[in-house]
Design a binder for this molecule. Structure first.
Ligand SMILES: *Cc1c(COP(=O)(O)O)cnc(C)c1O
Length: 243
């Protein structure tokens, strides 16, 4: 398994490098984030001990379970799952520096209250549902700029950009249009010059579509299966409401 992970990391880094070359971008404009849902702390450790620095969980429970084993190894924790307001305390406790899945005002409000009381700040990305699939979270593209504007009023929340999950489809152009929507939104929000809003990050692209995302401007690609192998649970387990 360790050899597989190292081998796969090599392949992914080559894919990112090639995609950057083809898009005329610098390799250092794109960060690799490892999506570690269902992956054991031991396997995550292998990646962290071999050059990786950025990891993210979908569920607070898994973040908690792996925290002690990983805390001695330098790395950055992001959170990419649907965040329930009753779990906010935990993500602060377990050192999450960026939440990619901010998709509603009440979550922003509660996060802000908690951060204020702890004297902390956190980075956030606004999650946008660019595929219009009901099973996916995220604010509707038409409402994203407005949400960013409202969230910007919370001094503890540092908006760094946008996140999306592209359509699962073999039709490349349909997938690409999701990423284009996110890029266009980024430009629109930048043009509005909202105080306290930075729009430099576009978190988009996963194992199967990272090349398209990089072509369309991704600055963070989130990769799980292509590094750690297939998962037992379908992704809907992590993305559907109420589970
Ligand atoms: C699981 C997950 C990924 C990674 O997906 P893979 O297809 O395994 O690369 C990316 N983003 C989110 C939000 C995820 O839940």
């Amino acid at each position: 398994m360790k050899e597989d992970i190292l081998h796969n990391l090599g392949i992914i880094n080559d894919r990112i490098k090639k995609a950057c070359e083809q898009a005329g971008r610098n390799r250092d404009e794109v960060r690799l984030l490892l999506a570690t849902k269902t992956v054991s702390a031991e396997h995550i450790k292998t990646a962290l001990e071999n050059g990786q620095t950025l990891i993210a969980e979908n569920k607070v429970q898994e973040l908690k379970e792996k925290y002690d084993e990983l805390k001695g190894i330098p790395h950055e924790n992001h959170f990419i799952g649907h965040l329930q307001t009753n779990k906010i305390k935990d993500i602060l406790k377990y050192d999450v520096v960026c939440v990619h899945s901010l998709d509603r005002l009440d979550l922003a409000e509660k996060l802000h209250q908690r951060l204020l009381s702890e004297g902390k700040t956190i980075e956030v990305l606004i999650q946008v549902n660019t595929s219009e699939e009901e099973s996916k979270f995220g604010v509707h593209p038409d409402e994203a700029a407005e949400l960013a504007r409202k969230v910007s009023e919370f001094s503890t929340l540092k908006i760094k950009g946008l996140m999306t999950i592209g359509l699962f489809s073999a039709e490349t152009e349909k997938v690409r249009s999701c990423f284009k929507i996110l890029k266009d939104l980024q430009q629109e929000i930048i043009s509005q010059n909202i105080p306290n809003v930075e729009m430099k990050e576009l978190s988009m692209g996963m194992s199967s579509d990272l090349e398209i995302a990089i072509e369309e401007g991704a600055t963070i690609v989130r990769v799980g299966t292509a590094v750690f192998g297939a998962r037992i649970y379908p992704d809907s387990f992590y993305w559907d409401e109420g589970k």
